[in-house]
Design a protein around this ligand. Structure first.
Ligand SMILES: *Cc1c(COP(=O)(O)O)cnc(C)c1O
Length: 414
């Protein structure tokens, strides 16, 4: 690279990723092939519109690559329509809202402090300024069960146009059938935001909301799905909805699609169809359970009481008197990256909450099995219990470096 300044920063980031353990549940490592497609000459091309209906010439190969991405997405998630153009998860959600709602209409989504995402109605977001968001919660944060009775009550009272299932900090499975039943009762469209768990659904290790009759799924492509940074919107079978969504993405909220990203999405979808990927997804779940088991044995409180997916939410303040920020910093010092997180009923502020959130997608890509994951959990607890002890932290850091060295980030997945 001629730009030495940028080259140096890329190399440094590469080193940082190789040396530490990535436990942020929304992060992963992509294959060499995904990187190659993402860095390809498709980045040079303008292709506003959709395959066969573009506003610029020279679309032979952009059309073909976008069709391939759509075809693979539909096969992978068992649906009729896919829009592969959303730049990321947030615009994908905005596009669905804009496609189906008028200003002032209501969406019923998961409460943010109970696991929902910013894009599900945080007051600072644009959607929250245009539409009305009402929330459902867990019945009991110690089991994680959703309060479906109350969800129905809120739905009957507020008559939402969309009922939204999905989360970024929730470790249990949702009962999609209940969502569909309630939505049919009040005439709402069902939308699942599966940004975090898309890969687990694609591999068939978690339930596909479409199998229970959901209308729409939105997702990112860069979390468990292990593709480039980007978004997708899937429609099970309703052509009217799919058409509205296409118009809502372009020209509604986006201009030219990022064809290099779409090429990389096609590669990632192809990888996700392989038996190797299915084994990877299974291992993500086993690894998360192995970590949860260690926290349970140590009597450390997990929101939801454990995990059915790839992530774990721990009440570090309630269990150990360590704040989320302190925990994040201490673990960062030993080479473990994760994030502080608010928990249900948190009495602390979002910038220094009671919880931490972590998960297994990235370390599973590195080849970690249950044994290594349980060991990492033990090391985490040692650090949390001795956050001011330099010697102990140094010893743990050494172990983490050893693990990172033993499990280099792979470049090929298939
Ligand atoms: C990550 C995430 C998003 C947002 O995705 P971005 O790519 O960061 O815009 C939306 N919804 C959920 C549930 C997420 O976890």
């Amino acid at each position: 690279m001629r730009d030495k300044k940028v080259e140096k920063l890329i190399k440094s980031e590469e080193k940082r990723q190789a040396k530490g353990l990535e436990l942020i549940p929304s992060e992963n490592y992509v294959s060499e092939d995904v990187l190659k497609a993402n860095g390809s000459v498709f980045t040079n091309k303008y292709s506003e519109g959709y395959p066969g209906r573009r506003y610029y010439g020279g679309q032979d190969f952009t059309d073909a690559v976008e069709r391939l991405a759509i075809e693979r997405a539909c096969k992978l998630f068992k649906c009729k329509y896919a829009n592969v153009q959303p730049h990321s998860g947030a615009p994908a959600n905005l596009a669905v809202y804009a496609a189906l709602l008028s200003p002032g209409d209501t969406v019923l989504g998961m409460d943010l402090s109970h696991g929902g995402h910013l894009t599900h109605g945080h007051p600072m977001t644009l959607p929250a300024k245009i539409y009305k968001f009402v929330n459902y919660k867990m019945k009991n944060p110690d089991t994680g069960e959703i309060d479906y009775e109350n969800l129905r009550k809120i739905a009957l009272e507020h008559k939402p146009k969309i009922i939204l299932a999905g989360f970024s900090a929730y470790s249990r499975s949702l009962n999609y059938k209940k969502f569909v039943e309630i939505a049919r009762e009040v005439g709402a469209v069902t939308m699942a935001d599966m940004a975090h768990i898309a890969g687990l659904i694609a591999a068939g290790v978690l339930r596909n909301p479409f199998d229970d009759g959901f209308d729409i799924i939105t997702s990112t492509t860069h979390k468990t799905l292990r593709g480039p940074r980007g978004g997708i919107i899937l429609t099970r079978e309703d052509e009217e909805i799919a058409k509205k969504i296409d118009k809502s993405i372009f020209p509604g909220i986006q201009g030219g699609p990022h064809m290099h990203t779409i090429a990389a999405k096609a590669v990632a979808f192809g990888e996700a169809m392989t038996p190797k990927y299915k084994a990877y997804a299974k291992q993500i779940l086993k690894n998360a359970k192995a970590m949860a088991e260690v926290f349970k044995k140590n009597n450390i409180r997990m929101i939801g009481g454990g995990t059915d997916n790839h992530l774990i939410l721990v009440d570090v303040f309630g269990s150990l008197g360590v704040t989320g920020k302190e925990a994040q910093t201490a673990l960062d010092e030993v080479g473990i990256t994760l994030n502080m997180n608010s928990i249900a009923g948190d009495t602390r502020k979002p910038l220094d909450p009671s919880g931490i959130r972590f998960g297994t997608p990235a370390i599973t890509t590195r080849g970690f099995k249950e044994k290594e994951c349980a060991y990492v959990a033990e090391l985490m607890i040692t650090v949390l219990k001795n956050k001011d002890d330099k010697k102990i932290k140094e010893a743990v850091h050494k172990e983490i470096k050893k693990l990172a060295k033993k499990f280099p980030i792979p470049k090929k997945f298939v």
